[in-house]
Design a protein around this ligand. Sequence first.
Ligand SMILES: Nc1ncnc2c1ncn2[C@@H]1O[C@H](COP(=O)(O)OP(=O)(O)O)[C@@H](O)[C@H]1O
Ligand SMILES: [Mg+2]
Length: 144
Amino acid sequence: MPDSITLHYEIDGKDFSAAGDASSSIKKVLSQLGVDPNTIRRVAISMYEAEINCVIHGGGGFADAIIAPDKIWIGITDHGPGIPDIDLAMQKGYTTATNEIREMGFGAGMGLPNIKSYSDDFNIKSSIGKGTTVEMTIYNRNDN
Ligand SMILES: Nc1ncnc2c1ncn2[C@@H]1O[C@H](COP(=O)(O)OP(=O)(O)O)[C@@H](O)[C@H]1O
Ligand SMILES: [Mg+2]
């Protein structure tokens, strides 16, 4: 593997059928690089949740990834409403998703708690009216 690979994806806030495309694409790249399947799984779950949040709560944005031999860093940014209370947002089952969003199968309130448990390092920066950046690092290791 080269020293590191950087990737950038735009995340469309209107096309719900494309939600998850960036995380599927990363998953493919990691498999092609021969990264450990457990690591790929943790990256795919964590990034998918942040990407879905970017679409359903943030109105779209972008994702950056740095794939290094020992770890994968992902940052997802939107310019949506921001998160007023991050501790509350982190609670299992807490959601502000509308019924319409829930009918589409999103909004179980487990996205942020899952990112926290599947990633090794996780950070949210959010500012009301300006947007949210979620950053996560997953170390390349062969366990859960
Ligand atoms: N990017 C974001 N922008 C604004 N609010 C967000 C964002 N991500 C998460 N939230 C807030 O945190 C809550 C919990 O997120 P999450 O655990 O992923 O559950 P869910 O997405 O199912 O609602 C969301 O319902 C929303 O209120
Ligand atoms: Mg979510």
